[in-house]
Write a protein that binds this ligand. Structure first.
Ligand code: AMP
Ligand code: GLY
Length: 417
């Protein structure tokens, strides 16, 4: 089978590396760090299967366009991608489907007074979300009422996120550990990838500093059992797929569900319509069997393979460029990548890399490399990842030193910034 992966980041690199075990793979536009990359546009690539990596093209209807040309696509059409593209739409859908989720209100830009009145009816922490896509940066969680009010005003006026923010969702604040699960959905049914993952979204150790796209993650979470995952599938994922079907949405791709495990049980925080980044980097390499064949069955609306994953644990540490997330500096030469890759049990995926005029690999974005350790336990996977991190460097490289530390290790070292 020939597979075309669409995207250029660490998630797409992990897709390409896993798919290439059984299939020919091209990646468009890819990057100088991803084997099989091509500058050819997707419409000029003849493949048996197209895998769309990120949410923006899905929300914009790329999967619909490719399907209308007769191609087989892993990824929902624009109708299903609204689950991620509009939080207000998603909340309404899951509420109708009876999924446990935070109480909420949704407000348009001419409803600032009602939005503030709703906010004042809630207890802290206050949660204010932009309705549309905001690259993981559209959510404010704060204990301070006045900050929440200012955020509502900035979002609704368009000052904060342009049109993506001109509708907001205000939610009741929940607390508890977060976890992500992933299910393949072939339009009719959803099938769990039997694992969990936890992301670390803040820039600095101990979950301090600004929000980012994700500074690292680990999988599986030792505190989450197979029965917990089944419960979340039953309470959240299956009812959502049924609600989509009732609305005529033929969702074919992955459903990435984010939960908070509260004292009242797990509550759905969000749905994403693509794999997590860097969650994909700690899950896809553990896929057993032919990933392309599995995705092909999903794309054809006929998933028969039951996905299985190795019991190994993986930890991914994100190495970010100087100035990330506000002003990432590009063009810094990356050292030590090949030595890191020589360590057994280590994978390094390229997220935001470019090459300079001497052909050297340089930083090309905010999140640059995903350094992954894989082993039989989380502790040893984590040690391997950090051993590999220690041989990689560039000017101003940033990373956290506590990825996977919620499993009980190393809370004390400060982030390297
Ligand atoms: P989302 O993009 O909706 O998952 O939100 C991003 C992050 O904001 C989540 O991973 C949580 O850490 C936090 N968050 C979202 N919704 C809530 C909520 N209702 N209560 C507390 N924290 C939340
Ligand atoms: N790592 C979080 C995300 O991909 O949305």
């Amino acid at each position: 089978m020939k597979v075309c992966v669409i995207g250029s980041g660490g998630r797409e690199h992990a897709f390409a590396a896993t798919l290439s075990r059984h299939s020919e793979v091209v990646v468009t536009p890819g990057s100088p760090g991803i084997e099989g990359s091509t500058a050819q546009p997707v419409t000029e690539i003849d493949a048996d299967l197209y895998v769309v990596g990120s949410e923006t093209p899905l929300v914009q209807g790329l999967a619909d366009q490719l399907r209308s040309e007769g191609r087989t696509v892993f990824g929902p059409g624009a109708d299903g991608a609204r689950l991620e593209g509009s939080k207000a739409w998603m909340k309404r859908l899951v509420e109708t489907a009876g999924v446990p989720t935070a109480r909420y209100g949704s407000f348009d830009n001419d409803q600032t007074d009602s939005a503030i009145a709703f906010l004042s009816s809630l207890a802290p922490p206050y949660v204010v979300k932009t309705d549309g896509l905001a690259a993981g940066k559209g959510v404010l969680v704060t204990e301070t009422y006045s900050e929440a009010v200012e955020d509502v005003k900035a979002k609704l006026s368009g000052a904060a996120f342009g049109d993506s923010g001109r509708r907001v969702v205000i939610e009741e604040g929940l607390s508890g550990p977060e976890l992500s699960l992933f299910a393949f959905c072939d339009g009719a049914k959803a099938v769990l990838l039997p694992t969990s993952a936890q992301d670390h979204k803040r820039l600095c150790n101990r979950d301090l500093g600004p929000n980012t796209g994700g500074m690292g993650c680990y999988s599986p979470m030792p505190t989450v059992s197979a029965a917990d995952l089944d419960e979340m599938m039953d309470k959240a994922v299956h009812p959502t797929v049924e609600a989509l079907r009732k609305r005529g949405v033929d969702y074919r791709g992955v459903l990435f569900a984010g939960f908070m495990v509260t004292a009242d049980g797990p509550k759905l925080l969000e749905f994403n319509v693509r794999f997590g980044d860097p969650e994909a980097q700690v899950i896809l390499p553990r896929f057993e069997g032919d990933l392309a064949e599995t995705l092909f069955q999903v794309a054809n609306g006929d998933l028969r393979i039951r996905p299985t994953l190795s019991n190994d644990a993986m930890v991914a540490v994100v190495l970010a460029s100087h100035g990330y997330p506000t002003a990432p500096q590009t063009g810094d030469v990356i050292h030590g990548l090949e030595q890191a890759r020589e360590i057994e049990g280590v994978n390094v995926f390229c997220a935001g890399v470019a090459s300079n005029s001497q052909g050297e690999l340089v930083t090309g974005g905010g999140r640059v490399l995903n350094v992954c350790g894989r082993s039989t336990t989380l502790e040893t996977a984590r040690e391997l990842a950090y051993k590999a991190v220690s041989v990689i460097s560039w000017s101003g490289m940033q990373h956290r030193t506590d990825i996977g530390a919620s499993i009980g290790i190393d809370h004390d070292k400060e982030a390297v910034t």
